[in-house]
Design a protein around this ligand. Structure first.
Ligand code: SAM
Ligand code: SF4
Length: 339
């Protein structure tokens, strides 16, 4: 699907649930989480139907996310069905890893192509502060288990909050000791992330350079510090660096300091079946309504293309509140949208 800005949209991120077993400070409130009634969440058959129609329109890659996708039952089965769907080339998953150990073998058998595991710190007390739960041990077990399946590409995602307790170099060192790419994701001012401190990609790059002067890209030593010096892998928004002596790469996804909307290839489906064409805006179309009102596949395609025709050129993170209001900025938190 080519949108009005000439961007080829071939990537769909699906939030399969708004529920989660953690309460990360930048993503969910500590208490009083208002869960969506189960009957309003898309059923497996509904997700599959939307994906089939999307594949006919040109979607090739699907990422399953949440909330925490592994709290939803039958996830390996969903992966298997998506992997067998004509047109779909890649199915990947983003998880906090807490429930991964026990499900990893089933995901491998289902043909999962890739796993992103969120890990913001290796320090137990810091993890408790960020996630408001005591589950770091299980996340680390999940990562170890995933490393036993080299056919599934594994990436670690970390949001660098910039708090002194957060051991960011320690997280980066995972890429030295294992063939795993470690990516640092700038906090986006969405939901509970708005107003929280965060290090930008270039700030972090400078910090790492001071620690590892052998940080380089294509044989060129840094500085100057620009995440754009980094090399993309595939067509994702991450810019990667090599560090001599490291098995994996260090990556930066810097949506705020280095907007990449011009290369955006993605759309999102919330757990309630709302199709969002940009992370920042509330605009989109209700595909659950199309299905539950008895709409045909052709009708669904028409609605998807209508939404795509309105995909914004880009976000205005950091714009004035007035501007954001008039721009109909998203009010949902990341756990509801899918990150
Ligand atoms: N529960 C899963 C997990 O944590 O990986 C999947 C859903 S979570 C919403 C997906 C990703 O969004 C996580 O890597 C999380 O760190 C990130 N995230 C959540 N809120 C964010 C924010 N305000 N800015 C940037 N990333 C955020
Ligand atoms: Fe849950 Fe992921 Fe949000 Fe953390 S970032 S609260 S693990 S959905």
């Amino acid at each position: 699907m080519i949108d009005r800005c000439g961007r080829n949209i071939d990537y769909l991120r699906i939030s399969v649930t708004d529920r989660c077993n953690l309460r990360c400070i930048y993503c969910m409130p500590e208490e009083g989480v208002q869960h969506v009634e189960r009957s309003l969440i898309l059923q497996e058959e509904e997700i599959l139907r939307i994906c089939r129609v999307m594949a006919e329109l040109g979607i090739r890659k699907i990422k399953l996310t949440g909330g925490e996708p592994l709290v939803r039952p039958r996830m390996p089965l969903l992966v298997e069905k998506l992997k067998n769907m004509p047109g779909i080339e890649k199915v990947t998953l983003t998880t906090n890893g807490v429930l991964l150990k026990e499900q990893m073998r089933d995901f491998a058998q289902a043909g999962l192509d890739g796993l992103n595991i969120s890990l913001d710190t290796m320090d137990k007390a810091c993890s408790r502060r960020i996630t408001r739960r005591d589950e770091l041990g299980r996340t680390l077990e999940g990562i170890r288990e995933a490393q036993g399946y080299p056919e599934i590409s594994l990436k670690i995602n970390c949001v660098p909050l910039g708090i002194p307790e957060q051991d960011l170099c320690q997280i980066a060192l995972i890429a030295r000791d294992h063939k795993v790419h470690v990516r640092f994701i700038e906090m986006m001012p969405i939901g509970f992330g708005a107003g929280l401190p965060c290090l930008s990609g270039p700030e972090l790059l400078e910090r790492f350079y001071r620690r590892w002067p052998q940080l380089q890209i294509l044989g060129k030593k840094l500085p100057p510090f620009s995440i754009y010096e980094g090399e993309p892998l595939g067509n994702g928004p991450c810019h990667y660096y090599d560090v001599e002596g490291f098995s994996g790469k260090i990556g930066f996804i810097s949506a705020v300091s280095h907007k990449f909307c011009g290369e955006c290839n993605r759309i999102r489906l919330t757990s309630q079946g709302f199709l969002k064409t940009c992370l920042q805006y509330a605009a989109g179309r209700d595909l659950r309504a199309v299905i539950r009102n008895g709409g045909s596949d052709e009708e669904m395609k028409k609605v998807i293309l209508e939404a795509l025709a309105e995909k914004p050129d880009g976000h205005v993170f950091g714009g004035s509140l007035e501007k954001q209001k008039e721009d109909k900025t998203e009010k949902l938190c990341m756990a509801q949208i899918g990150g």
